[in-house]
Write a new protein. Structure first.
Length: 734
């Protein structure tokens, strides 16, 4: 306890150094016989207590200047071999000191700018340390910070030895962000230099054509295409998606009939169920983008898309179901104005005897989703081989399994509006079934009894098992020969359509009211919503309510997107329905204004003017940087505008606000790298003066307790060795 009391005493001396303490008065002691004891001695050990700890920084060695090869390497099928790169760490997490005037800007140099670029280039890997997790859109989005730093560095130091590396890095980061100018960035680089031999993030191929060279820049996320002729390099196309592994291909051939190759570029994903509209370029002189009118057919199954130029025509092939290969082909042709459909779509199936059983499910899908023309081609290919030895569960097929396909063949002839062939196929089934007990003779006869003329198709299909009634309605609408949609609706009702309600709405935005129709296909089935145009009926969706209320999605587009419910919409393009997935998007006013200001600033615009614009934006009542999580980018851009316009104090204050409010943001790391604290931090609490640390080494012995009686007349005497009482009683003097 004595040692503890002594420590308390010493602490009080440190805390209240200006307050004099009452000093005990020393008196003469009576002579006592006592056991000798060793008096504790004090050992003074001065220890300096620093007020701040300096963190050592690692130095960075400048990379050697790159030597570019004299010519572009021609590699038709490049293999990417990216090397592992280590990047310097970002500044450690810390909050700034309370007083802004403690910070000033460093003398920013190209070396510092390059170090900042390297820090931010490594941020995506830091954010996703596990390689398998990097197929995430957030990983690609994280390259925006390095791209910003590279653009800023190029604005400040365009002639720096580091500038070449910044430009190549910026072009690659633009592909990660799928920016529209990615191809233009590469075009500018290749206009002035050759492809770096150590560029492992993307690969260059050169395809030589009579008119010039097609340059293909490919990475694992997509491709960009450039055209080089007459000493100029022109960007043609750029599209990347690393998260979903976008597939981009190009084919060449004479499509315009000038005996010179044209170019077709197309892109898509492995799970696409339809072809996306390709880009077609006439390369006779300067590249000209030719208009393409694609008849888009959604096959509701993952397809492999291939385009080819054969004998002056552009051929599309969509192949699906590898176990039971089914193929759709379309032929397009240049007519002087556009590339349009030249021949009706054709379907083909090449069944394999070993996997024939798989075709059963494929046929169901094709009948339901692809339509009667496709189903007929599949059925005609399957009938000579049908049935397989056993079904998917190993059970034998019934004896009349082939009759089922013959029956479905007759139905699909009818749904394709080929009445004579339909009646002939069904009559052949009735006359010569596979067995006398065939279960498909009666339904075939019932269908023929109702199907006496083309207009009877819908009623006959309603009563027939396995008949795709949804495909009968468009055929009936075409047979109406009505002058308007209302007359078409009346025709449909007269021929078996059980309409529940109908109304008017301008679905395609042409100023003319179209007709919608709600019907119940068969008793007990869900209601269906149909769009009825002149001599045309288009299925929209199943609905629960017989009174739909369509409305336009904002902002309006051409053609407009029509909604029936939140999150889902559709538009009518050339008589076809295209579904559009809609998500709630908060107002983009702040983001759009920031994007414009950032592009202007990094493009060399007047920083003072841009700072004023950003101040006005922040003062706008509609300002909201939280919607798209861009508050950190806004503050950094405003601070940079202040910095470049010479408003150093305002820039520091803005960067520190960014630091306080966005501690984890890479923009904060970039701002921190620019600033330095030039004097010790001030605090609101008293400053402690370092004091020596007293180390006590007492030797405790058994001694009698002595009570001191103070003699006011006695003269204090000092002895060489002062005896300290371990637990003194202190009285403070006021």
């Amino acid at each position: 306890m004595g040692v503890i009391g002594l420590l308390i005493f010493m602490a009080l001396r440190v805390m209240f150094p200006a307050t004099p303490l009452a000093r005990p008065t020393s008196t003469a002691l009576p002579s006592l016989t006592r056991t000798p004891s060793i008096t504790p001695t004090r050992t003074l050990t001065p220890t300096l207590v620093p007020t701040a700890t300096r963190t050592s920084r690692s130095t960075r060695t400048l990379p050697p200047t790159r030597t570019l090869p004299p010519t572009i390497t021609v590699t038709r099928t490049p293999t990417l071999s990216p090397t592992s790169v280590s990047y310097p760490p970002a500044p450690t997490l810390a909050t700034p000191y309370r007083y802004n005037d403690l910070y000033v800007f460093k003398d920013w140099t190209p070396e510092m700018a390059d170090a900042a670029v390297q820090v931010l280039q490594g941020y995506p890997d830091t954010l996703f340390p596990v390689v398998s997790k990097r197929r995430d859109p957030a990983y690609d989005a994280a390259f925006a910070y390095a791209a910003y730093a590279q653009r800023e560095a190029l604005l400040r130091f365009p002639e720096s030895p580091y500038a070449t590396g910044w430009r190549w890095g910026l072009a690659y980061n633009a592909t990660r962000l799928n920016e529209a100018d990615a191809a233009a960035l590469y075009a500018e680089l290749l206009q002035n230099a050759d492809w770096p031999p150590d560029e492992g993030r993307a690969a260059l191929s050169v395809i030589q054509l009579p008119q010039g060279d097609l340059l293909e820049i490919r990475s694992e996320g997509g491709a960009a295409y450039l055209w080089r002729a007459g000493g100029q390099i022109i960007p043609l196309f750029s599209r990347f998606d690393y998260a979903r592994r976008l597939q981009v291909r190009a084919v060449t051939g004479d499509l315009t009939g000038d005996a010179l190759p044209d170019l077709v570029i197309y892109a898509g994903y492995a799970d696409d169920s339809a072809a996306q509209t390709p880009l077609v370029f006439d390369l006779a002189a300067a590249p000209v983008n030719l208009p393409v009118k694609l008849k888009r057919i959604d096959l509701a199954a993952a397809v492999e898309v291939n385009w080819a130029i054969l004998e002056g025509q552009l051929t599309l092939s969509l192949s699906a179901f590898p176990a039971c290969p089914a193929l759709l082909s379309q032929v397009y042709q240049w007519n002087g104005e556009q590339v349009g459909l030249a021949r009706v779509s054709a379907y083909r199936m090449t069944p394999n005897a070993e996997t024939l059983v798989e075709c059963d499910l494929v046929l169901d899908h094709i009948e339901r989703e692809w339509g009667a023309p496709a189903a007929l081609d599949v059925l005609n290919a399957l009938l000579p081989l049908w049935p397989p030895a056993a079904d998917a569960k190993g059970r034998p097929y019934p004896a009349d399994a082939r009759d089922e396909l013959r029956y479905r063949q007759g139905l699909n002839y009818a749904l394709a509006n080929r009445m004579a062939e339909a009646r002939a196929a069904l009559q052949d089934l009735i006359t010569a079934p596979a067995t006398k007990e065939s279960a498909w003779v009666a339904p075939a006869q019932a269908f023929l009894d109702l199907y006496q003329q083309p207009q009877d198709l819908y009623r006959a299909c309603q009563a027939a098992p396995l008949c795709q009634l949804r495909q009968a309605l468009p055929v009936l609408a075409r047979l109406s020969e009505a002058d308007d949609a209302a007359q078409t609706v009346y025709f449909l009702q007269d021929h078996g359509v059980m309409a529940r309600s109908s109304g008017n709405f301008d679905f395609n935005g042409d100023g003319t009211l179209d007709r919608w129709l709600v019907l119940r296909p068969r008793q007990g089935e869900q209601l269906e919503l149909w769009l009825v145009l002149e001599k045309q009926a288009i299925f929209v969706s199943n609905i629960a309510d017989g009174s739909p209320k369509p409305y336009y999605h904002e902002p309006l587009s051409a053609p407009p997107v029509v909604q029936l419910e939140m999150g889902q919409g559709f538009k009518v393009v050339d008589g076809q329905l295209e579904w559009v997935k809609l998500e709630f998007v908060p107002t983009t006013l702040t983001r759009d204004a920031l994007d414009a200001a950032q592009a202007a600033l990094l493009g060399g615009g007047a920083p003072q003017t841009i700072a004023v614009q950003l101040e006005q934006l922040r003062a706008d009542p509609r300002f909201n940087c939280k919607n798209h999580r861009i508050c950190d980018r806004f503050l950094y851009t405003l601070g940079l505008a202040y910095e470049l316009s010479g408003q150093g104090r305002a820039a520091v204050d803005t960067y520190l606000k960014l630091w306080w409010e966005n501690l984890h943001s890479p923009y904060t790391s970039l701002a921190r790298l620019k600033m330095i604290q030039y004097k010790p931090a001030r605090t609101d609490t008293p400053t402690f003066t370092p004091s020596p640390t007293i180390t006590l080494t007492p030797t405790i012995s058994m001694t009698p307790t002595v009570t001191h009686t103070t003699d006011p007349n006695a003269t204090p005497t000092e002895t060489p060795t002062e005896t300290l009482t371990p637990t003194p009683t202190l009285t403070a003097t006021p």
